[in-house]
Design a protein around this ligand. Structure first.
Ligand code: FES
Ligand code: FE
Length: 453
């Protein structure tokens, strides 16, 4: 994709977010930017595909996307998890038409070429008559160039030369661990991912989930007024200790915890184990009240303690993971999963699922608040007048001259540049810095050296 000089200027301006505290709104609804993102961001980074627990048995598969490219997320007959490009080696149509299922063989609907769930081509109708010379060994389904997993989360990269997933997640694994490794048996997905479409750009959800605590006070006021979020734990609750984590291997998150109280985070108390976490991580995991974060580009997580059931006001924790799938410059498909500790009771799993679905899912009473305002961002950003006046989006809260967020990285046990508040925009600045690096091809380290200054 060629880049117009205007688009190049817009991208460069995003690179100055730390100095200016603003970015051109145009990146939230622009065809050329969208095409470039598919070619650069979604082809060079590690993109979330699914959780291993979604495909526990050999032959289990599910249809997934990386950028706009269709893939089959499958556990083959040997037990290996694969991410295969869903395009037949014959005329190229997609082989899989079901959302998910279990099969030993994928048969293409066009001319019935047939592949094992390893991707190997094993059947070509009338091969002896029509395709004598065809070497089936050379016509296996293509694999994503790199596939790897972290604590059950499977990611793939369309770049064969991208750094490993381990390196890509880097220090941010410390924060993922708080949500994925506190229970002995790890986490598992409940049910199927729920999907819906929103009329906005994929980056809006992704940046919000780095930690836009500010909007909670306004957008979600009606949900807060219902006390779904226990008042003492809410964003302005006096008891919480707030923390924003920025510049953590290019990823960012916010969290809040109860310093003086082991809250067990709305999870069953006996679920916590010392096996996989350091002492400081375990201490924090037991006190977590809420946290959200984004692994660049489009994987986000949210862990909350809510009491959504009017009949049973028990505070319940759940882990919500999601993917902001770009369908166009102002169209995003949200993929939403609820995870629970594998070793928790069926009663708890059901309660956690119900709590998650009724709050942070397509009809959730927090979720619906966000759609309306997120739609409006793309609408104005892509409008003729918005582009004419160079509409900018503001990310200055609490940062530098604009606020008094204090860097507490020295006292904090975890990695990253860490601030003592949930009301600062450094988490979002980190997201857009990663976007800039990905769009320009500059290495991730070159802009992170001044992390702790
Ligand atoms: Fe798949 Fe022809 S396109 S068999
Ligand atoms: Fe929200």
């Amino acid at each position: 994709v060629g880049t117009s000089s205007q688009t190049q200027t817009v991208i460069e301006e995003v690179g100055n977010i730390r100095e200016t505290g603003t970015i051109p709104s145009r990146i939230h609804n622009d065809n050329e930017i969208h095409e470039l993102e598919l070619e650069r961001v979604f082809s060079d980074t590690w993109v979330f595909v699914g959780h291993e627990s979604e495909i526990p048995e050999p032959g289990d598969y599910a249809k997934r996307y990386i950028g706009d490219s269709p893939f089959i997320f499958v556990r083959d007959d040997t037990g290996e998890v694969r991410v295969l490009f869903d395009s037949c080696q014959h005329r190229g149509t997609t082989v899989v038409r079901a959302e998910q299922g279990n099969t030993s063989y994928f048969r293409c609907p066009y001319h019935n070429w047939t592949y094992k769930n390893t991707g190997e081509l094993v059947g070509v109708p009338h091969k002896e008559q029509f395709f004598k010379e065809l070497d089936t060994c050379e016509h296996a389904l293509d694999s994503a160039p790199q596939v790897d997993s972290y604590e059950g989360l499977v990611f793939a990269s369309l770049s064969a030369t991208a750094p490993s997933l381990d390196e890509y997640l880097g220090d941010f694994k410390w924060y993922l661990d708080l949500h994925l490794k506190f229970a002995e048996g790890g986490m598992e997905v409940v049910g199927e991912p729920i999907r819906w479409e929103i009329d906005t750009n994929w980056k809006i959800g992704a940046d919000n989930f780095t930690g836009d605590s500010y909007h909670t006070l306004a957008t979600h006021k009606s949900a807060m007024d219902l006390d779904i979020f226990p008042p003492e734990l809410s964003a302005v609750g006096a008891e919480r200790t707030p923390v924003d984590v920025t510049e953590c291997s290019g990823h960012s998150c916010m969290l809040a915890y109860l310093e003086n109280q082991e809250f067990a985070g709305g999870y069953p108390e006996d679920i916590f184990t010392e096996t996989h976490l350091s002492e400081s991580e375990l201490r924090l995991a037991k006190r977590l009240v809420s946290s959200v974060g984004t692994v660049f580009p489009n994987f986000s997580f949210l862990q909350m303690n809510l009491n959504a059931d009017p009949e049973n006001r028990e505070v319940t924790a759940f882990l919500n993971i999601r993917k902001w799938q770009p369908l166009g410059p102002k169209k995003t498909q949200v993929w939403n999963w609820i995870l629970v500790p594998r070793d928790s009771s069926e009663e708890f799993k059901q309660r956690a699922y119900d709590t998650g679905i009724s709050t942070f899912s397509v009809a959730g009473n927090f979720e619906v608040d966000d759609f309306a305002v997120w739609d409006g961002i793309a609408e104005a950003a892509g409008s003729t007048f918005g582009k004419k006046i160079g509409r900018r989006s503001n990310f200055q809260m609490g940062v530098g001259e604009m606020g008094d967020a204090t860097n507490i990285s020295d006292e904090w046990p975890g990695p990253g540049a860490v601030y003592d508040t949930n009301f600062e925009d450094g988490t979002m600045q980190t997201f857009y810095q990663s976007w800039y690096r990905s769009m320009t091809g500059r290495p991730i380290d070159s802009a992170t050296e001044d992390v702790n200054e």
